[in-house]
Ligand binder design. Structure first.
Ligand code: HEM
Length: 412
């Protein structure tokens, strides 16, 4: 087994959390396939664009974490099956079966029909914010927006949103409190168990009162067609719930911060709103919420850049490094909202390409344009160095808080 030459403690620092891009540039130049001993698990990081794209479609890099090798034990620990044995952690043909059952619900035309309701949710959140002149945009806007949208789509009752959000936030922010790691792990496990039990109960309640929502359709697939097992009903719902709000929330936070720290780009977007669709792709390329794709496992010895990745190794495809590769993007560390839209990897690549891409784009378009329109004079409320972020070793890149100020006005 190759020695893991770069220790996580060398790269997963506070400076890395604030700005990981210089480290990624160093790795791309010096060690594009880099074995890293990270605080969570040892893995090989793949950092150039071409290698990343190849790895995301490489059948030798498996996503089947719950198969014969039981790789989930290393990655997620025991008791993770109840939530995580889902399409994201499986290979074809299982993956194909699980994805097919749900893909229609996220087809672009279906999602487009949600536009008025998403705009209403955005306006409702901003109505509360605009008279205040200041806000903490993560908790008052970026997190509740996608959470409310995905809960409504799935059919999670409004009365339950707050506790479901509490549990998912414990999972999202793990590692960011001052508690000892064992306490933190126990808190995450407890949140996962509660969320699992809640979803099991919810399925029974929804069977008693069938509704025209995604959970209703999944229950039909389970009960009528036998296409989904009872366990898969829960794991699929969890994946849609978690993937459906967590990444979008972090993206809205990262994108807003990027605009606030690039005032000329901010002004360009405010005065040229037709740039919005391509601006969203550039903001995602510039600072995406999923820095490393979910873990892959080498099913045989695999060679990239002359480095042998031994069978059984965990492989982390560093999306945020690939998206800053100068071989593919001119001036990659510049935010340039006029950049001609290139094929970034922010939504992944290959069979696991983001299922919710249309929804994510729509929420980002409606959310960001409303922020620009309704919060005049929007500014960071604290110095940049004081903006609190998720920890460096978190699987997600996002903000814990985004305090802002603006010119207060009456809600419209
Ligand atoms: C800006 C927001 C989002 C970003 C950046 C994002 C990014 C990604 C990425 C990179 C992957 C591939 C992961 C991998 O290959 O390891 C992925 C998969 C996935 N995403 Fe998203 N996502 C976003 C929003 C959403 C939303 C709103 C949903 C709605 C349900 C969603 C549902 C999924 C699902 C179900 C998968 C797994 C697909 C599969 O395994 O076939 N995502 N996402």
């Amino acid at each position: 087994m190759t020695e893991h030459v770069v220790r996580g403690s060398d790269i997963y620092t506070d400076e890395f959390a604030a700005d990981p891009y210089p480290t990624f540039a160093r790795l791309r130049a010096d060690q594009p396939v880099c074995p890293v001993s990270s605080p969570r698990f040892d893995q090989y990081l793949i950092t150039t664009f071409d290698d990343a794209r190849a790895a995301l479609t490489d059948p030798r890099l498996s996503k089947d974490l719950y198969g014969p090798g039981q790789h989930y034990l290393r990655l997620f620990g025991p008791n993770s099956e109840g939530l995580n044995k889902n399409m994201l952690n499986s290979d074809p043909p299982e993956h194909t079966r699980l994805r097919r059952i749900i893909s229609q619900a996220f087809a672009p035309r279906r999602i487009e029909a949600l536009r008025p309701r998403v705009a209403q949710i955005v306006d409702g959140l901003l109505d509360k914010i605009v008279p205040q002149g200041r806000a903490e945009l993560m908790h008052e806007f970026a997190i509740p927006l996608p959470m409310m949208v995905i809960c409504e789509l799935l059919g999670i009752p409004e009365a339950d949103h707050a506790r479901v959000l509490d549990w998912t936030q414990v999972i999202r922010t793990s590692g960011s409190s001052r508690r000892p790691p064992e306490e933190e792990r126990a808190a995450v496990q407890e949140a996962q168990l509660k969320l699992h039990d809640y979803l099991v109960d919810l399925m029974q309640a929804k069977r008693a009162h069938p509704a025209d929502d995604i959970i209703g359709a999944l229950i039909d697939s389970c009960d009528r067609d036998g296409a989904l097992s009872e366990a898969e009903l829960v794991t699929t719902t969890f994946l849609l719930l978690f993937a459906g709000h967590q990444t979008t929330a972090d993206f809205l936070g990262n994108a807003t911060l990027a605009l606030l720290t690039h005032p000329e780009q901010f002004e360009l977007l405010r005065t040229t709103p037709q740039l919005l669709p391509s601006a969203i792709e550039e903001l995602l390329r510039f600072d995406g919420p999923l820095p490393v794709a979910s873990p892959r496992i080498a099913t045989e010895d695999v060679e990239y850049q002359g480095v042998c990745i031994p069978r059984g190794s965990v492989v982390g495809v560093v999306i945020n490094s690939a998206n800053h590769d100068p071989a593919h993007f001119a001036d990659p560390d510049q935010l340039d909202l006029r950049r001609v839209r290139g094929p970034h990897l922010g939504f992944g690549y290959g069979v696991h390409y983001c299922l919710g891409v249309s929804l994510a784009r729509m929420e980002a378009q409606i959310g960001l344009s409303a922020l620009l329109r309704r919060l005049p004079g929007l500014r960071l409320g604290v110095p940049l160095a004081e903006v609190r972020r998720l920890p460096a070793a978190s699987p997600f890149r996002g903000l814990l808080e985004l305090p802002v100020t603006f010119a207060a006005s009456a809600a419209s």
